[in-house]
Design a protein around this ligand. Sequence first.
Ligand SMILES: C[S@@+](CC[C@H](N)C(=O)[O-])C[C@H]1O[C@@H](n2cnc3c(N)ncnc32)[C@H](O)[C@@H]1O
Length: 416
Amino acid sequence: MKSDLIIAYRLLRKKFRSGIFSTEFYQAFSYVEEKAFFKNLIFGVLRKQEYLDWVINSLLKKKDIPPSIRTILRIGTYQLLFTNKPSYSIVNETVELVEKKSFKGLVNAILRKISKIGYTEPKELYLKYSHPKWLIEYWKKFLPLDYIYKILEYNQYPLKTTARVNKRKIDRDKLKIENIFPTPHSPVGIYFEKIEENPWKLDKYINGYITYQSESSQIIPLLVDFEKDELVFDACAAPGGKATHILELCDVNLVINDVEKQKIKILENQFKRLNLRPKKILNFDAQKITLKDKFDKIFIDAPCSSLGIARRNPEVLRRQKKENFKKLSEIQINIISNLWKYLKKHGIMIYSTCTVTIEENTNTVKKWKPFAEFVDIRERLEKFGIKYVWDGYGTLFYPDEILTPFYVSILRKIKE
Ligand SMILES: C[S@@+](CC[C@H](N)C(=O)[O-])C[C@H]1O[C@@H](n2cnc3c(N)ncnc32)[C@H](O)[C@@H]1O
């Protein structure tokens, strides 16, 4: 148990970024026995950060403590308030993490106080739901209040692992894997009630029956009608979730691209694993790429601030800043502008993000109002049972038990 705590502490200090499936995370897992404890601890501390700091600060005379001590206090406080472990062992084990002798007394005293006081209900929304205060204020400017409550509520709980079933190999209801259930919205989705082994080692994954992918992501290609042999471009394709789905759905001529060189190998492996063949794999910046063809369909699953995936990686909420939204929207606008000329007249562009900002969603796509007709996808979403906010250009999915927030807008080109 002590080694679990040390690993958790080191990972939290490093603030690992690539989420639950990162190699670093699984390497760490291979050292520990109590995986569930370890996972709950890391994500719990990240998820409750604002609340934990509020509790800790209320007991600190000098709020300015070294980051290592703050991390240790968060680990201890989280366990005291949100787990059933006996307080004395939490306090003792946490104090042992402190390397600087001069801080051992302080950590010990604070944790003891917290164990006596217990959980205190805060009044303010940002503390109750542990989200950055500025972010809630920002969301209030453009989102319905019930949407904000939904996102705050669902961000309190870990997201279940989801996957897409490869229809070319098997129907969802014939697939046999322990602890899986059909997803409520995607007709090709499954979710794992619990997952006990390394998901990358599951034979149904290795042999191409399933692809790990969020349920929202699965919905995007399902909003489009493909025709055999038409030309489709996926501009920001890695790790290939939507690109492989497109080829599972229809034999189109699919050209895919991603700016990051190291992700090209991942893309190639995904297509190989699923026994699918794209026409070409490119490695360019979509803001500047030049293409030979004009395409019937262009997918832009844009690089974004990823606020919609906070349930999978709560750290994203603390990393993002408002300034980033504008910067990212500039990149997104550049990508659409550059690719617009490679879209055939009446061709469609599918723009999507996994974020909840007005800059990167509504404000980005509405710039194409003079040149495009925005396809009304509301009815299609209703068929999938998805609740959404419609902004006149696209839709933002409401989060629910399995579905995470996602924005999608489909533009039909009417003018160059
Ligand atoms: C949201 S992810 C795409 C996910 C992918 N479509 C899927 O479904 O698996 C965004 C991708 O855009 C890539 N990217 C970022 N900036 C880019 C650019 N300027 N041109 C092309 N790709 C870019 C990133 O490397 C990243 O893989």
